[in-house]
Design a protein around this ligand. Structure first.
Ligand SMILES: Cc1cc2nc3c(=O)[nH]c(=O)nc-3n(C[C@H](O)[C@H](O)[C@H](O)COP(=O)(O)OP(=O)(O)OC[C@H]3O[C@@H](n4cnc5c(N)ncnc54)[C@H](O)[C@@H]3O)c2cc1C
Length: 529
């Protein structure tokens, strides 16, 4: 059963070793877990639904609780403490286009707002209901999860949008294909959600971001149906796919999506290299991506993140051996780990590995045993479960991300980390911060920062601490020439910063598209714009 107030399946836990616990206590001070509200307590507080009856709509209070929030830190604080400000008035689980159109008609005719719900993994308040809104219907696309058509000759697959990562890969792998899109939320996030938020998977360097994979689809809007055919390329005016990508449920409900798929790679491996410091690693990574090496991933951790990962791995004896081995090769406390993704046929992979390791060595990189990469692959969708464990130890954990050009990466990374590190100093609390570059391009990189701080007994105080940190880091991003989001989208949490990069005219263009496709403004109000 999926946790209603945390990450993932209730049966799965991610224990932290006593050594890692001591390390965190030394960094932040001892944590005290706040009291958690029980699901029954929250369900009992759900107010009566305001929706007119409809055969496709459930007003079951538990469903309304389970669809009230996503996975942002404010969402977690609200769910864990039972202080959810507002609930959707009902939830619908349509099984096809016709039912989606019927739900849009019902909403339009009765003044209801719609929030499309994919896998509920948004980290930016995309799914939250504002108190005082007119009645809200959450439309859960989870039943629309079938592989509709696979065009093997063209490498195109059309799915219902509610398909989650494992279901989608399962359907493709049986036919010898992969989408290669692996966001860390892959277990629960959906194809529709990926398109609606412009997500990026861990192997985006090889397979592309979702905007490279999204070939076409069908958007049911209050104003009608928008069908986007999957042309390989077209010069017929502006590309409407770019409007649908990142539309965050504001324009309509995506019901079908056609994606570009690839043949399953014959092999995959993830060699790891340690560099003397971050600067050496960054120059090596930049050279590799600018040389166009056929790699599927380059993921470079700062020294602080490298240390944290080694501590959290919990294998103190093995890590000790590694540290001694690396120190004999001249790598000390500033060392940084790079994971290199290789996917494809044997010949190409061998060549790509040779070239990547040559580039790494020329900047002081020291390759280590393959076991590191294998461990990372094994646990890559388990890491989010650590959020549950940390919460239960009394620590909040959140991430934020941006992208900028290579020339600005070092200063922006430092500015974001500093804003977070110093953010709670006035109230005497520490913040533990670490970063990696997780998606790289010839012209720049994504900066992905994780931060931890102590939870307070009062949920309002925990939220206030988050607001201080989010505001400080977002300011640092905007002032430092970064985008407010490389992959998580806008939702409510990034909305105040959007105009800084779109400009007033750009914002008006977006508003006018919303007005055309959704004249009465019933779709996911308050998100994005
Ligand atoms: C632990 C964790 C790890 C994550 N890792 C990554 C990562 O590696 N890369 C990354 O890019 N993101 C990541 N995310 C963020 C999140 O998973 C992505 O934003 C994801 O794309 C959301 O998909 P979803 O199906 O859960 O959508 P939801 O959260 O349900 O919805 C997100 C938004 O999309 C809209 N929407 C959803 N489906 C449709 C539809 N069919 N039609 C119209 N609008 C729709 C919703 O209305 C909402 O505005 C992570 C989140 C968590 C919690």
């Amino acid at each position: 059963m999926r946790r209603w107030n945390g990450w993932g399946d209730e049966a799965i836990t991610y224990p932290v070793s006593p050594g890692a616990q001591r390390y965190l206590e030394a960094a932040l001070g001892p944590g005290t877990p706040p009291r958690d509200a029980a699901l029954a307590e929250v369900v009992a507080r759900v107010p009566p639904s305001r929706l007119p009856a409809h055969p496709l709509v459930s007003t079951d209070p538990e469903q309304r609780v389970r669809h009230a929030l996503g996975q942002s830190l404010p969402d977690w604080i609200a769910a864990r403490s039972g202080t959810i400000a507002a609930f959707p008035d009902g939830v619908a689980f349509p099984s096809g286009n016709e039912e989606v159109r019927e739900l849009i008609r019902y909403a339009r005719d009765t003044g209801i707002r719609i929030i499309p719900y994919g896998g509920g993994t948004s980290v930016l308040g995309h799914l939250a209901v504002s108190p005082g809104d007119p009645p809200v219907l959450s439309v859960d696309l989870g039943r629309m999860n079938a592989l509709i058509h696979l065009d093997e000759a063209s490498h195109l697959a059309t799915f219902g949008v509610g398909v989650r990562g494992p279901e989608l890969e399962g359907a493709l792998r049986g036919r010898g294909f992969t989408l290669g899109h692996f966001p860390q939320s892959w277990e629960y996030s959906t194809l529709g959600g990926w398109v609606a938020t412009r997500s990026a998977g861990q192997q985006s360097l090889g397979y592309g971001r979702i905007e490279d994979l999204f070939a076409g689809g069908r958007l049911e809007c209050p104003a009608g149906t928008l069908v986007i055919p999957p042309f390989p390329a077209s010069a017929a005016g502006p590309d409407l796919r770019q409007l649908v990508l990142g539309s965050e449920g504001r324009l309509g409900i995506l019901t079908e999506v056609t994606v570009r798929v690839s043949p399953l790679p014959a092999r995959e491996s993830f060699p790891a290299v340690f560099f003397p410091d971050f600067e050496c690693g960054m120059v090596a990574v930049r050279e590799m991506v600018q040389a166009g090496l056929p790699l599927s991933m380059l993921r470079l951790s700062t020294a602080r993140e490298t240390t944290t990962n080694l501590v959290l791995a919990g294998r103190e004896r093995l890590v000790g051996l590694l540290e001694r081995w690396l120190s004999l090769r001249g790598l000390g406390p500033d060392k940084c780990m790079l994971l290199i993704g290789l996917s494809g046929n044997r010949v190409l992979m061998r060549q790509a590995r040779r070239l990547a390791l040559e580039a790494a060595r020329s900047h002081g990189g020291v390759p280590v045993v393959e076991a590191f990469g294998r461990e990372w692959v094994k646990h890559r969708f388990r890491t989010p479960y650590l959020r549950n464990t940390l919460w239960e130890m009394g620590y909040a954990v959140d991430t934020l991300e941006t992208a900028t050009t290579w020339s600005k990466v070092p200063a922006l990374l430092e500015a974001v980390e500093r804003a977070l590190r110093e953010g709670l100093a006035p109230i005497g609390e520490k913040v533990y911060v670490f970063t990696h570059l997780s998606h790289v391009y010839p012209d720049g990189a994504n900066i992905y920062t994780t931060y931890l701080y102590r939870l307070a007994a009062d949920p309002a105080e925990s939220l206030r601490r988050w607001q201080i940190l989010k505001e400080a880091a977002s300011r640092a991003i905007v002032d430092g020439g970064g985008t407010i989001s490389h992959q998580h989208g806008v939702g409510t949490d990034h909305r105040p910063y959007l105009e800084a990069e779109k400009g007033p005219l750009g914002m008006e263009v977006l508003r006018s598209v919303c007005r055309t496709l959704d004249p009465a403004g019933i779709m996911n109000p308050g998100k994005l714009l």
